[in-house]
Design a protein around this ligand. Sequence first.
Ligand code: FAD
Length: 200
Amino acid sequence: MTVAIVGAGLGGLALARVLHMHGVDAVVYEREPSRGARAQGGMLDLHSGTGQRALREAGLIDQFHAIARPEGQDLRLLEPDGTLLLQEETPDDAPLERPEVDRAELRTLLLDSVPECAVRWGHAFEHAEDGLLHFTDGSSATYDLLVGADGANSRVRALLTDARPARTGQSVVELGIPDVDRTHPDLAAMVGARQLLGAR
Ligand SMILES: Cc1cc2nc3c(=O)[nH]c(=O)nc-3n(C[C@H](O)[C@H](O)[C@H](O)COP(=O)(O)OP(=O)(O)OC[C@H]3O[C@@H](n4cnc5c(N)ncnc54)[C@H](O)[C@@H]3O)c2cc1C
């Protein structure tokens, strides 16, 4: 059986890894041209019962611990004027319930865990019918089982349901300041190891 997975994000790659571990051929089709084509974004916290469980199933939990940041379990909530609403400090020996990890490092870990030929870069899925996947460049590929792991605006999902994601009207702005301890020590002290800055 050939399993086609559309999307080389965290979900698609984790599934491909587990299938390969169990001897099932899985090919991941990703629209980005290469693994380094796009910055992957910031930090994720991976909880013990969900994201970490997937990595355990994938035999990658030790490698995850090597790149995880336990200090990221600290949490502060502040008003826009800096008033502290909530502060949770995690002791150094606390269990890794929700450590942070760099999304790009996690994706690299997953990418390196599957055979290189299992990921086909530059394949933007367009539609599927009669056991054939069609890509926007006109190429096609066969499959027995199709898995949509192509993110929030999944095209594969449209094969199953008319449901569409809808905007909630709320947006989240995430920003990072490189070398913040040196360039903006006042901000670094306010933020701590990890922070959510509340804005209303
Ligand atoms: C700001 C933010 C913060 C988050 N923080 C956390 C957190 O702290 N902890 C946590 O567990 N989760 C967090 N999440 C959720 C997490 O990012 C998602 O659950 C996870 O990325 C979903 O993985 P995925 O593989 O399903 O999709 P994605 O990671 O979105 O990957 C989808 C992949 O499909 C590819 N693709 C899309 N369309 C096509 C196409 N037509 N053809 C081929 N390829 C295609 C994309 O290029 C991408 O590589 C956060 C999400 C956001 C937006």
